[in-house]
Design a protein around this ligand. Structure first.
Ligand code: G16
Ligand code: MG
Length: 216
């Protein structure tokens, strides 16, 4: 029945949310304000420029010119890249590596479906690029989650049907994106943050593809 797994990156395969939070906080502080970790939850799965706009609103900052928005986003991204360049395979989230190995062994096709424009560096530094039959990231999509474009692109590149795909997501925007096209979706995290997922688990530890598929 299921032939393809589409994985979100940040929060599912690796924990880069902490680096995003660090770099965005640094940018906010440089502009004279701060925001909370609770607010940071709202940035998960959201594109870089949309994240910036939300943060500026929290700080009551009026920035409308596109050049200035891009300048601020680039500053944040430079700090973010400094951190992800130092990532190692130890930063792969619990259970992920074995789950990828088993999925590949069972002939399940594997894709990345991420909003990040930095996905390739992260996959490379953590040593998991070779598992992926297709990589769809922020450089390939026009509309960010909750628009389903990223998952539809992955499904098309893998040459499978929508109903043969299972998405793995840690963000509400990603769950909503998958559900917009009625794809099955496994939520990674707390059920309270992941409304509409077909099942939720804190991480991929102790799961096999078969055991998981039986639950959705
Ligand atoms: C990730 C993060 C978001 C981030 C976005 C864009 O998405 O969850 O917080 O804003 O990528 O990242 P970048 O600035 O690297 O292009 P995902 O879809 O992998 O969870
Ligand atoms: Mg995510």
């Amino acid at each position: 029945l299921y032939k393809a797994f589409i994985f979100d990156l940040d929060g599912v395969l690796v924990d880069t949310a902490k680096y995003h939070f660090n770099a965005w906080s640094r940018l906010a502080n440089s502009l004279g304000f701060d925001f909370t970790e609770q607010q940071n939850e709202e940035l998960k799965g959201i594109s870089r420029i949309d994240s910036l706009k939300k943060i500026l609103k929290w700080g009551n900052q009026e920035v409308n010119e596109e050049n200035e928005l891009n300048r601020l986003a680039n500053i944040k991204n430079t700090w973010y890249i400094e951190m992800i360049e130092k990532m190692t395979p130890d930063e792969i989230l619990p259970g992920v590596y074995d789950f990828l190995v088993l999925s590949q062994k069972e002939g399940i096709k594997i894709a990345l479906g991420s909003a990040s424009k930095n996905a390739e560096i992260i996959l490379k530094r953590t040593g998991i690029t070779h598992f992926f039959d297709a990589i769809v990231d922020g450089n390939l999509v026009k509309k960010s989650k909750p628009d389903p474009e990223v998952f539809i692109k992955a499904q098309q590149l893998l040459k499978v049907k929508i109903q043969e795909c299972v998405v793995f997501e840690d963000a509400q925007a990603g769950i909503d994106a998958a559900k917009a096209v009625s794809m099955k979706v496994v939520g990674i995290g707390l059920p309270s943050n992941l409304t509409g997922a077909d099942m939720v688990t804190p991480d991929l530890e102790n799961w096999t593809p078969d055991k998981l598929i039986a639950k959705i």
